[in-house]
Write a new protein. Structure first.
Length: 281
């Protein structure tokens, strides 16, 4: 597990303070056994390995079925200090006709995450492309989201996929609740880089199988620059915004995930970007 001659050698220890974490969605994918996991690595050790090559993993499985605190604790125990999981809230919550009627279910889901301990990162509330912006429905939902778990602050992030969210009113509502918004770099979904919370959450969905690192080196270098700007409290003006670009703020944690597209290349993309952002510090 610590073979430094492997192309994905373990990452160095993280510095204190806000960090840039690059990662992928999940850790079980057959094609990754050909180009990410070492030959012969048994599946039950894939999380142990992946969490030492990446700073974070986004769990998609919880969108379909929440797990027990014991399962979350088991996953957390396989990861090193400083590593974090993001995870999607169940679709049974976010797909309800009325979000305002889902507040109790949302609170119960969050309360169940205590097994992650300090490995718990952002909680992603991913809306379907058919859910339009309805401030009268969204506001009560945001009002009711728990702010802490076992005395520690929680981080919530909304992934909005309907064009009606490209609205100053949405940006203002999210900022009023200190809830982040996913910046989605995808040809299929609306994209807004407006900073609405105390951290940055990006999902990059353009990896290509023809590129060994998923993205061409020049594109990874550009994303490394954006990551550094976000991390330093900046707001990259070149990215699409609904509202005005903000003045520099305090340094922020940054979570960048390579998701979907040509998925077999996503681990290589995440590793390559992590090395670039680490080299800039």
């Amino acid at each position: 597990m610590t073979d430094t001659n492997h192309p994905f050698a373990p990452l160095p220890a993280m510095a204190a303070g806000p960090a840039i974490r690059c990662g992928i969605g999940g850790w079980v994918f057959p094609a990754w056994r050909d180009n990410f996991y070492p030959a012969g690595l048994v599946q039950r050790r894939e999380l142990e390995y992946a969490s030492r090559q990446l700073r974070a993993i986004e769990i998609n499985g919880t969108y379909y079925r929440a797990q027990s605190p014991a399962t979350y604790a088991k996953w957390a125990a396989q990861t090193p200090d400083g590593f974090m999981f993001s995870l999607k809230a169940p679709k049974a919550i976010v797909q309800r006709a009325s979000l305002a009627d889902a507040t109790k279910a949302a609170a119960a889901f969050v309360d169940n995450l205590q097994g992650f301990g300090d490995r718990l990162g952002p909680i992603v509330w991913q809306f379907t492309p058919s859910r339009a912006f309805d401030p009268d429905d969204l506001a009560p939902f945001l009002d009711a989201l728990p702010h802490t778990l076992q005395g520690e602050p929680l981080r919530h992030v909304l992934e909005v996929r309907h064009a009606s969210f490209l609205d100053d009113r949405y940006v203002s509502l999210a900022r009023a609740h200190a809830v982040a918004t996913v910046f989605t770099d995808s040809p299929d979904y609306p994209s807004l880089a407006d900073l609405t919370g105390g951290f940055v959450y990006a999902r990059l969905m353009r990896s290509r199988s023809a590129q060994a690192t998923g993205y061409p080196p020049a594109e990874l270098a550009q994303w490394a620059k954006y990551a550094a700007q976000w991390h330093a409290g900046g707001d990259p003006a070149a990215l699409p915004h609904v509202s005005a670009v903000q003045e520099r703020q305090a340094p922020k944690d940054v979570f960048i995930y390579f998701i979907s597209a040509d998925k077999e290349r996503n681990p290589a993309a995440a590793v390559a970007l992590q090395r670039k952002v680490d080299a800039r510090r």
